[in-house]
Ligand binder design. Structure first.
Ligand code: ZN
Ligand code: ZN
Length: 325
C-alpha cells in the first residue's frame, strides 16, 4: 500500500488504538476496583516498610554484617558478597527485600494459588486461641519460644524427610554462599506450607514473642548469625543450648556425613534428644546442596522451578536434575 496510510502506519495506528483501549479499560473498566485495591494495598505497605519489625530486622542484620567485617575481614565478609553478588546471593537479596517490604504475604498468596490463605481463613476461627497460654508474661515468653521451636524442629525434620516438602525447602538449601540475609531465602510455597503447619500450634499458644523488643532484636541477630560465615560455635552453650553459626552451617553442608543433621532453629537440645546432632569434628568450608538445580538460570526460572518440582514429587515423579555446566 502506498501513500500516507502505508501498511506500517496502519499497524502502528492499530497498536495505538489497542493501547488506548487497554488504558481506557484499566482506567474506567471493571478492573478499576482491582487496580484501586492493589494501589491501596501497596500504599499500606509503607507502614510495613517503616515498621518496628523492619527496623529490628535491618538492625539485627547490620550488627551481624559489622561483626563479620571485624572478625573475618572485608574480603571474607557477607557485606562484600552482597556488594559483589553471585546468582545465589541475588536470590537471597530478592527474598530479603520482599520480606522487608511486607510482600511475603503476596508471594504466599500467588505461589499457593490462594490455598494457604483459604485454609487459614476457614480453620482459624474454629481454633481455641490461647488454650495453652500461660498468664505470667515472662513465663509465657519462655514457654512460647521453647514450644514453637520444638514444633519447628519437627516441621524442619519433615521438610527434609518428606520428598515433596524437601523440593520446596531445597530452595533455601540451594544457597551456595552465606551472607547473613540467606536466612530469608525461602520459596513462597514453602512459606505457605509452613504458615499452615504452624497455624494450630501458634493459635493454641496464644500471644507471640513479638511484643518483646529486645528479644526480637536478639532473634533477628541470631538468624543472621546462623547464616553467616563467622566461625563461632558458642562453646558449651552451642553444644547444648543454642544453635551456633557453625551448627547451622553444618546443616547446610553438602558433605554426605553431615546431611540431615542439626535441624534445630533456636535451640540445639532437640537434636541432642532425638539423635540428629552432628558431633563430628569436620566443619564444612562451603554450603550447598547435592543436585542443586538452582542458580544457573534467571531468578524467575528458579521461582517457577521450585513449585514445579514440588508438584512432580507430590505425584511420585522424580524431578530431573539439570546437567552441570
Ligand atoms: Zn533445612
Ligand atoms: Zn538455613
Amino acid at each position: 500500500m502506498s501513500g500516507w496510510f502505508s501498511q506500517n502506519r496502519a499497524r502502528n495506528l492499530l497498536a495505538l488504538l489497542v493501547l488506548l483501549a487497554v488504558a481506557a479499560f484499566l482506567a474506567f473498566g471493571p478492573t478499576q476496583t482491582v487496580l484501586d485495591k492493589a494501589t491501596r494495598y501497596l500504599i499500606t505497605r509503607k507502614d510495613v516498610i517503616l515498621s518496628e519489625h523492619t527496623a529490628i530486622s535491618v538492625f539485627g542484620m547490620a550488627v551481624v554484617l559489622g561483626l563479620e567485617v571485624v572478625f573475618l575481614g572485608w574480603r571474607q565478609s557477607s557485606l562484600y558478597r552482597l556488594l559483589h553478588p553471585t546468582h545465589s546471593t541475588v536470590v537471597d537479596i530478592v527474598c530479603y527485600l520482599l520480606a522487608l517490604c511486607g510482600l511475603s504475604g503476596v508471594g504466599i498468596l500467588i505461589f499457593s494459588l490462594g490455598l494457604a490463605d483459604l485454609v487459614i481463613k476457614l480453620v482459624d476461627p474454629w481454633l481455641p486461641h490461647g488454650l495453652l497460654a500461660v498468664k505470667n508474661p515472662l513465663l509465657q515468653l519462655v514457654w512460647f519460644l521453647v514450644a514453637v521451636d520444638f514444633v519447628k524442629y519437627w516441621i524442619h525434620f519433615l521438610q527434609h524427610k518428606w520428598k515433596a516438602w524437601w523440593e520446596l525447602h531445597k530452595f533455601h538449601h540451594a544457597a551456595e554462599e552465606f551472607n547473613a540475609i540467606t536466612t530469608a531465602r525461602d520459596h513462597p510455597t514453602d512459606d505457605a506450607t509452613l504458615a499452615v503447619a504452624l497455624l494450630i500450634p501458634l493459635a493454641l499458644l496464644g500471644g507471640t514473642a513479638d511484643q518483646f523488643l529486645l528479644l526480637s532484636v536478639l532473634l533477628a541477630m541470631h538468624s543472621g548469625l546462623t547464616h553467616s560465615m563467622l566461625p563461632w560455635n558458642f562453646g558449651w552453650l552451642g553444644r547444648w543450648v543454642l544453635v551456633s553459626p557453625i551448627t547451622h552451617r553444618i546443616h547446610h553442608s553438602d558433605l554426605p556425613e553431615q546431611f540431615d543433621k542439626n535441624f534445630g532453629m533456636i535451640f540445639i537440645i532437640w537434636d541432642r534428644i532425638f539423635g540428629t546432632y552432628y558431633d563430628g569434628n569436620l566443619i564444612n568450608p562451603t554450603v550447598n546442596v547435592a543436585d542443586n538445580p538452582y542458580n544457573r538460570h534467571n531468578i524467575v526460572w528458579d521461582y517457577l522451578e521450585c513449585p514445579k518440582r514440588f508438584l512432580l514429587a507430590l505425584v511420585g515423579r522424580k524431578p530431573a536434575v539439570p546437567p552441570a555446566e
